[in-house]
Design a protein around this ligand. Sequence first.
Ligand code: ZN
Length: 278
Amino acid sequence: MAVGLTQVSKMMANFPQFVETGKNTALCSIHGEYIQTTYKNGRITKCPDCERENEEQRIADENTKLKEEAEKRKSRRIDELLGKSGIPKRFQDKTFDNYQLSEDNDNQEEVFNRVVAFSEEFKPSSEESKPSQEHSGRCIVMIGDTGTGKSHLACAVASLVIKEYGGTARFTSVSEINRLVRESKGYNAKYSETEVIEAFGNYDLLIVDEVGIQSGSDAESRALFDVFNARYQNKKSTIVISNLNQAQVREALGQRIFDRLKEGGGEVLVFHWGSHRG
Ligand SMILES: [Zn+2]
């Protein structure tokens, strides 16, 4: 059933806020003259330009606030997600100084010197610059038997980056990356897979331990690739640690990642000497 205009007016009469009682010209100190309408309930319209500007400002403020809150939530989630450096307790106090070089082992000394040289590239040239801006982003692949000090030297670099150079570093493992990615897909996940990849992609230094024969799903292999890819795009350094030999590491990571790790001065360091732990 159609509703006529007269009917609408009659219905409106029941709502005093819609019943006009007068119009007059008013003056806005900013926008000049405007038509002011008075309603039966006592409401008087204000300058329409001021009203519009106020509304626009309110929406802008609200958007800024929402954006800030989202940013805060995101960094909080990533903090929760990745925690601190992730450096295992027994490696937290490892430095170059307390790394024991065996006597008459040129191979070991050479490897040691190369890792020290790699670490020095993180040193910011001035107080204003950040370690990540100084480093070429080249990577190191540490291979060799357990107990040869790979984690010790890698963590010594991480400690320097964090404590001395004011940068960010994270120690992780293939299984941790896989677990976080798996959790990100779960019901009630607090973060997305993209956030996991992004977080790992942004450290000045990332150490990826336990690179072995992958037993993960395709999705997990892809996530690992995405982490390496994000770091490559961001020109961030990665240290890969593995007990496998070079050919096996290449197979485990895939040719493409392996090639990128060696790009631009990237090195494969072979830790081939007796175990420190004995
Ligand atoms: Zn106005």
